[in-house]
Every structure is written in C-alpha cells, then in structure tokens.
Design a protein around this ligand. Structure first.
Ligand code: UDP
Ligand code: MG
Length: 315
C-alpha cells in the first residue's frame, strides 16, 4: 500500500523546513512506500524556492506550483490528480496538524474508505474560528446525514479511487465525506492532535463560514436532486400553478353568476401571478433535467457506482 501525502502551502516559508523534516520522520517510520506532494498555491514568499531545494535532494517529493492563488480546495484537487498512492493523506502545511498522526489514520483506512481527523481540542481563536465552526459542523452533519464532529479538519486519509472520482469546487474539500457517502463509502473518524499556529498567519477568517454554508446548500441540492431536478422544482411549480388556477376559476365563476366586475380585484393579479410563476418553475425543472442529462452524458458519468463485479474490485 503506497501512501501519498498532499500538503497545500500558501506563504508558509517559516513552516516548510520543519514540516518537511517532521513529515519525513513520520513517513520513514512506516513500513509503506510513500511520496510527498507539496502544492504551492501561488505563494509570493520564498515557499517555492524552499520547496525546489527539497525537491532536488529528495526523489520522493513532488512539487506542484500554481500560477496564482487558487485556494486550499484547488490545491487538494491538484494533489489528488497527481498522487500515485493507494491511500492519500491530506494535511495542513502550517504544522497545526501533526505528521505523527499519519500512522493512526493508516491503521483505520484498512477497513474504511475515508478516515477523517477530529481536532477534539482545537487550538484556534474561539470567536472567529471555533464558534462558527461548531455551528457549521452541527449544520453540516444535520443536512448531509454524515455524522462527523469536525468536517474542517484537513488531516484526512482517503482510498485513492474514492477521491479521484470526486470533482471539487469552491470550499468543498470539507464535503468530500458527505459527497463520498453518496458513493457508498465507509467513513470513520479518529481524534487527531491540533497545535496552535506558531509561525506565519492564518489565511482565513470568519468570512469563510458564509462560503461554507453556501457550499453546503449546493452540496445538499446536488446530492438529493442532481439526477432528478424536476422532482425538486415540480412540487413548488404545481402548487403555485394549481392555486393560481383555483383563484382564477373562482373569479370566473363569480363573474358569470353575479356579473360583478373582476378587473380591479387584487385576487385576479395574484391568480395570474401564481399561474405564471408555477409554469416558470416547472420550466426550470425541465431545463434542469436537460442539463443533468448533458452533464452525465458528456462525462459518461453513470448514475450509480459499482464496488465489485464478479468479486473483482471495480475502478
Ligand atoms: N492554504 C492554501 N491556499 C490558501 C489558503 C491556505 O494552500 O489560499 C493552505 C495553508 O498554507 C495551510 C492550509 O491551507 O497549509 C490551512 O490554512 P490556514 O492555516 O491558513 O487555515 P486555518 O488553519 O486557519 O483554518
Ligand atoms: Mg492553520
């Protein structure tokens, strides 16, 4: 079982040297073959220079340099695309995660497809980081139905075939376990050590929570309705159009029976509006159905995932 360690780095010049030596110590102690992928996310400090030095002395290190800063999720995605291991470990490059925990993750990945770290005693500021992430974790586990304590922990282990099948966007790396659950994977959680950031600055603040919540809405929608958008939009459209129809019917009957003038009635406006909105919502669902077909067919993406055929592991 070969292990690939993926580390995103954005302006971490103070941390890279120690990170590298500690990673090396932990990995050399393992029986596994391994590689390290450092993804330089468009750093403007000397991170790329330090990485190049490491790369020339160590064949097990691969360095990927982005042209500009694309964000942590993109850095993970690039690492996944270039990793050659059977198991991929991700972790932060600021030494807040501890390379010594890698062996713990590897122990559990044998019987699981994803092992997620849990920073039980997290060493980050309370108001700006821990409180919003407590709320976000609660919300994500309720909405996605994958009961983890700490989605945001970068320290995770994945079977490589699981992660290579998932496309990542936005801040979505934290939703990999939730998305992967759709693929029917086994997810486990293990407590990992967390250290305060000793050097360099944190790249994120409270604004990240908003992006995470918006991504959660996307993920929930994609997971629940991505293959059948009309089932999602349809009921709203039908209810709207049907109530509009009933209102208009009532007005028409009243006009016929008692001959009253209905032209100035607010109800008429409401009825017409509900019909138009209803038709449009159903139209949106139908458009969605077409988009979904294009999406799946263009990628030749099946709507199911196979684990084994005739007992052989499927890729
Ligand atoms: N990071 C990155 N691109 C970015 C922001 C951060 O690759 O745009 C890396 C960063 O170098 C670190 C990891 O992602 O290795 C976590 O970042 P940070 O420590 O700032 O986040 P926090 O621990 O505060 O959530
Ligand atoms: Mg950090």
């Amino acid at each position: 079982m070969k292990v690939s360690v993926v580390v995103p780095l954005y302006n971490e010049e103070e941390n890279v040297p120690e990170l590298y030596t500690r990673l090396k110590t932990s990995l050399e102690a393992l029986p596994n073959e391994y590689e390290i992928l450092f993804v330089d996310d468009g750093s403007s400090d000397s991170t790329p220079v330090i990485l190049d030095k490491i790369r020339t002395t160590d064949k097990k290190v691969t360095v990927i340099n982005f042209r500009r800063n694309f964000g942590q999720t993109a850095a993970f995605a690039a690492g996944f695309d270039h990793a050659e291991g059977d198991v991929i470990i991700t972790m932060d490059g600021d030494l807040q995660n501890d390379p010594a925990d890698i062996s713990k993750l590897l122990e559990l990945i044998k019987d699981n497809d994803i092992v997620s770290g849990w920073r039980r005693s997290r060493k980050d500021p309370f108001m700006s980081r821990r409180l919003p992430s407590m709320l976000a974790n609660w919300l994500i586990s309720r909405v996605t139905g994958v009961p983890l304590h700490d989605y945001g922990c970068s320290m995770k282990a994945y079977k490589s075939d699981v992660v290579k099948n998932i496309r990542l966007y936005g801040e979505m790396h934290r939703f990999i376990p939730a998305v992967a659950k759709w693929y029917g994977v086994r997810v486990a959680e293990v407590e990992t050590v967390h250290h305060p950031r000793l050097r360099g600055k944190s790249k994120y603040g409270i604004s990240r929570t908003v992006r995470v919540i918006l991504d959660l809405i996307t993920v929930k929608f994609l997971l629940s309705f991505s293959t059948r958008p009309l089932q999602f939009f349809g009921p709203f459209g039908l209810i709207s159009a049907a109530s509009g129809f009933l209102i208009s019917l009532y007005l028409t009957i009243e006009k016929i029976i008692s001959g009253t003038d209905i032209g100035g009635r607010p109800l008429l406006l409401l009825g017409a509006l509900l019909i138009i909105v209803g038709v449009q919502i159903i139209g949106m669902g139908l458009l969605g159905e077409m988009v979904v077909r294009v999406y799946h067919e263009a990628q030749k993406k099946p709507i199911y995932v196979i684990r084994r055929i005739n007992g052989d592991e499927a890729q």
